[in-house]
Design a protein around this ligand. Sequence first.
Ligand code: NAD
Ligand code: MG
Length: 399
Amino acid sequence: TTSEKRQRVVVLGSTGSIGANTLDVLARHPQRYECLALTAMSRVQELAQQCRQWRPRFAAMPDAAKATELRALLRADGLNTEVLEGPAALVELAQHPDADTVMAAIVGAAGLAPAVAAARAGKRLLLANKEAVVLGGRFFMQAVREGGATLLPIDSEHSAIFQCLPQDPSTWAQRIDHIVLTASGGPFRQRDPQTLKDVTPEQACAHPNWVMGRKISVDSATMMNKALEVIEARWLFDLKPEQIKVLIHPQSVIHSMVVCRDQSVLAQLGTPDMRVPIAYGLSYPERIESGASALDLLQCSQLSFEPADAHRFPGLHLSWQALRAPEGATAVLNAANEEAVAAFLAGRLRFDQIYNVNHGALTDIAPSPDEVDSIEGLMGLDERVRAHARAVIARVGAA
Ligand code: NAD
Ligand code: MG
């Protein structure tokens, strides 16, 4: 209601796919939410346009030259948005005393430090940035607990699981037998595995059901996205690796399922639209209008399921391998994958070689305990793995 204080929202990664969807939901509820800060990596013009529309108190860009450019654009428009610069600015905004809610929608390991800052500051933390929890693991979840943050999953599968569970997390272990993460299978579900070596970045980014950033699109094509989601689920719901199953469901109508002790199966359904989990994260435990269109079950007369083909999608199984290895292995997998995907998108690595880089890193690199118990340790490990992966890519990568 208008008499209540509006929630002040920081959108980290506002120019991305999740960022834009977040602003779309916020725009539907001006009496409930206001935008305290917007941040982006590279698209200055787009961020400037968002600032004109939202008039946030702060904007931030990690790159100082870009921040200067943004400052000039906003000054010319007479806006009094304060433009911050440097990676530390993202941390500062994530823990800002005036922020109630932080949308963590940065892609990749760069999102870890701000997500941890929001967690420690006890914010309502909307977590889209799955790489942060895959890299941060136990350390990240500990920051959430110690900070008293409210962690709300934005990944559609994890939001689905969360929506199928009672509010009190202390009841989860008792009731969950296992969970089933659904996967669309991406653009290559039916492509001849022999030809996957010829896949181009454009083909990999053409997802049948979702429009997303390029990194997650490639991850969906290799099913490394599902691998990261298995690891994400392990931490968000405190599950054992064997309690997490994956099923291909090409229609993306069932977003995931909880199989309870008594074999009752709970599922969350909807049209594939990220505004649903985003709206739930913003309004939890209430529900608000998201802008998504209604699910017409008569239009989806067929809901089908297939096992994930280990031959076609070898990367998927690296998640369970990493979860069973000593702590830090999931960080290794994530870092190798980020480098491999970047190299693939830049034309320096073949699609099928992404798996080799990821598998090789898991085999070659043993994290030490002091690399997993602080931001500095984790970011050091992340960089160590990237350097290793870059060397491998330079050696084996497609010319
Ligand atoms: P995107 O590439 O569209 O957007 C990424 C955003 O992060 C941009 O605003 C970019 O400027 C910013 N950014 C990139 N690198 C940065 C860095 N080093 N430092 C600071 N900011 C940086 O990506 P997306 O599709 O919106 O995905 C964002 C996150 O949400 C990813 O972790 C992804 O896995 C997750 N996610 C996305 C979807 C989806 O439908 N797009 C679904 C589930 C989960
Ligand atoms: Mg997902």
